[in-house]
Write a protein that binds this ligand. Structure first.
Ligand code: ADP
Ligand code: MG
Length: 253
């Protein structure tokens, strides 16, 4: 390895330890008799856009839940910004997440949903700021409508507004394309493109392989809770045969 080797995608000083945004070491997670994850290693550095690929049940959502402190690993260690994800404020406010289910409050209006999230992040958000966040996702005209009246595409937009309300450095998206029509998919692509332009670190779990490969620098593929590929998206298709579970090449970084 070259001296002063630069981690991929890191702007600035590569020796700065803070460049490592996500770190999972030998992480395993067991639910009753199911091993959802088995000895997973993952490192994501600042500014990277990583897609987490794999069929249903391969462990993508579990990995995101571990990273966002929704659940704990059975074995192994997870760190975000060099700290345990559960360390409360200081870590919490630095990441935003689009969970697999939106977890919006249907009885609350769009703006009330955002205000609730803002409080959780310790933000004192004025109505104007919240309306601006809604305008950014094309929902300003329904700011005072209850979320339960929204279509699935509108819910996704509101959940994305909530995930990014506090301008987090790290954004984790679980199936952002789920239940969207073509227009909605294009919209999510543009939203992700903006986050990328803004220099955010992104981890996107999806079974939409084509979209992920087009958007992301790096692919990490899971099968049965194990990492079977970790490398540049350009090498993914040659390494993984999607039809079978054959793996030609396991590129580890
Ligand atoms: P993916 O997001 O790739 O579809 P998941 O992480 O949701 O995969 O699931 C991985 C495995 O763990 C599956 O076998 C799933 O059934 C199991 N699993 C996930 N969450 C739970 C849970 N809360 N209780 C029991 N089993 C679970
Ligand atoms: Mg999932």
């Amino acid at each position: 390895m070259a001296e002063n080797a630069k981690a991929p995608g890191v702007a600035g000083d590569p020796t700065e330890p803070a460049a490592l945004v996500v770190e999972a070491r030998q992480v395993s997670k067991r639910y009753a008799r199911t091993w959802a994850l088995r000895a997973v290693d993952l490192q994501v550095v600042r500014g990277e856009l990583v897609s987490l690929l794999g069929p249903n049940g391969s462990g993508k959502s579990t990995l995101l839940r571990l990273l966002t402190a929704v659940t704990r690993p059975t074995y192994g260690q997870v760190k975000i910004f060099g700290q345990q994800p559960r360390n409360g404020l200081g870590v919490r406010e630095r990441f935003g997440v689009l969970p697999h289910q939106s977890y919006l409050y249907g009885e609350l209006t769009a703006i009330e949903n955002l205000r609730f999230a803002a409080t959780m992040y310790g933000m004192l958000a004025e109505r104007d700021e919240l309306v601006e966040a809604l305008a950014h996702v094309g929902l300003a005209h329904v700011a005072d409508a209850q979320a339960r009246t929204f279509s699935s595409g509108m819910r996704k937009r509101l959940a994305l507004a909530r995930a990014t309300l506090h301008d987090p450095e790290l954004v984790l998206l679980d199936e952002p394309y789920g239940a969207l029509d073509v227009e909605g998919i294009g919209w999510v692509d543009r939203f992700v493109g903006e986050l990328r332009e803004a220099g955010k670190t992104l981890v996107i779990a999806t079974h939409e392989i084509g979209r992920a490969l087009a958007l992301c620098d790096r692919a990490v593929a899971l099968r049965g809770g194990k990492v079977v590929f970790d490398g540049p998206t350009s090498e993914y298709e040659g390494a993984i045969d999607g039809a079978t579970e054959a793996v030609g090449l396991g590129v580890k970084v």
